[in-house]
Write a protein that binds this ligand. Structure first.
Ligand SMILES: [Zn+2]
Length: 102
């Protein structure tokens, strides 16, 4: 689960992101852990929200990973891994956030 921000109005959302096996195999998309470490996690457009004109069709800004869960295939259970609960805002977005241009 990651926290994202709308480019249009600045509203924050909690969003679900997961590692997609098909995308990894066919499109050679990096594993989610890799995407987090390299700050390449993306969610796409933010969820629908009212009173926002332009933000709905613009890519949401990734802020940080709030909870990271992975499946333990030896114990057959989900495990939380705080090592990946980190800031994932790329530098170009940090600069933009300091000086938003809408
Ligand atoms: Zn918005």
């Amino acid at each position: 689960m990651i926290e994202i921000q709308c480019q249009g109005c600045g509203k924050h959302f909690l969003a679900e992101v997961h590692s997609d096996r098909i995308k990894r195999i066919i499109f050679k998309e990096p594993d989610l852990k890799e995407q987090i470490k390299t700050k390449e996690v993306s969610y796409g457009d933010p969820p629908f929200h009212e009173d926002c004109d332009s933000g709905l069709t613009m890519t949401a800004i990734p802020l940080k990973v709030i909870e990271f869960w992975e499946y333990d295939w030896e114990k057959f259970e989900w495990k939380r891994n705080k090592e990946f609960e980190i800031d994932v805002t790329p530098d170009f977005w940090k600069e933009w956030l300091e000086n938003p241009q809408i």
